[in-house]
Design a protein around this ligand. Structure first.
Ligand code: IPE
Ligand code: IPE
Ligand code: MG
Length: 240
């Protein structure tokens, strides 16, 4: 561990670790462009950041980590990029499953995965099954995920069930994130100040942290910096 990591880790209040961290992993394309590489090189480099952040969150005792991996809007990208992203997902799952199992990680997804290819769904199903008895970090992958679509889908299922009384809890239970606490902290890399249709309902009182660091450069130190910043926040939830 680098001395900077050690120093930041020492300053972290272990009693104030967020239960649920959500990340908009952005900037892969720009990272690649800066180096004169095709965009997919940036996505591949980003997979290394995923690995490190998942590990770090597991070690810190974070309950859930939600990663925005593919949005409902990302389908408009060139077909080769979409295909490359799906391939990368399958490869990463294959490569990381053993280590995830050893470190106690569970896997779940949010978003409409029925639109993903059979290969992707099979691999997801296999790894979700392999990790289902673990008790550590919940790694929640947002795949073909959109916040508005998720809310609509919840409303539709309430209508189908003929539910007459709806409150916040009932709606929450019909979202893909049912059973997860709302994110305490949302991190967005690459300096963009927008939600891009991510967890619209769930982020009502989430603390936001935006860093200029591009996702493929995002490492433990950057996570620790985000957590230290989060720990200085006063969460008032409308109170005084
Ligand atoms: C985020 O990086 C990864 C996905 C959206 C899948 P981008 O690919 O959006 O990178 P930029 O924003 O173009 O730099
Ligand atoms: C958000 O990033 C989606 C993911 C990180 C998967 P985008 O790069 O797609 O968002 P916009 O287009 O800049 O809003
Ligand atoms: Mg982007």
């Amino acid at each position: 561990m680098s001395s900077r990591e050690e120093e930041l880790l020492r300053r972290l209040d272990r009693k104030k670790i967020p239960r649920h961290i959500a990340v908009i992993m952005d900037g892969n394309g720009r990272w690649a462009r800066q180096r004169g590489f095709p965009r997919l090189v940036g996505h591949t480099a980003g997979a290394k950041s995923v690995r490190e952040i998942v590990r770090a969150c597991g070690e810190l005792g974070v309950h859930a980590l939600t990663l925005y991996a593919f949005s409902t809007e990302n389908w408009v990208r060139p077909a080769a990029e979409v295909k490359g992203l799906m391939k990368l997902l399958v490869r990463t799952l294959q490569r990381e499953a053993e280590e995830l199992e050893r470190s106690g990680v569970r896997l779940r997804t949010i978003g409409d995965i029925s639109a993903l290819s059979q290969t992707v769904r099979d691999e997801l199903g296999r790894v979700v099954g392999q990790l289902k008895d673990n008790r550590g970090l919940i790694l929640n992958l947002a795949l073909n995920y959109g916040g508005r679509q998720e809310i609509l889908q919840a409303v539709r299922s309430l209508l189908r069930e003929n539910v007459k009384q709806v409150d916040e809890d009932i709606l929450s239970e019909h979202l893909d994130t049912a059973g997860l606490p709302d994110p305490d902290l949302l991190i967005r890399t690459s300096g963009e100040f927008r939600l891009s249709n991510f967890l619209l309902w769930q982020c009502a009182y989430t603390e936001l942290y935006v860093t200029k660091t591009l996702w493929p450069d995002f490492r433990r130190v950057h996570l620790y910096e985000a957590l230290l910043d989060y720990q200085t926040r006063e969460r008032r939830f409308g109170g005084v």
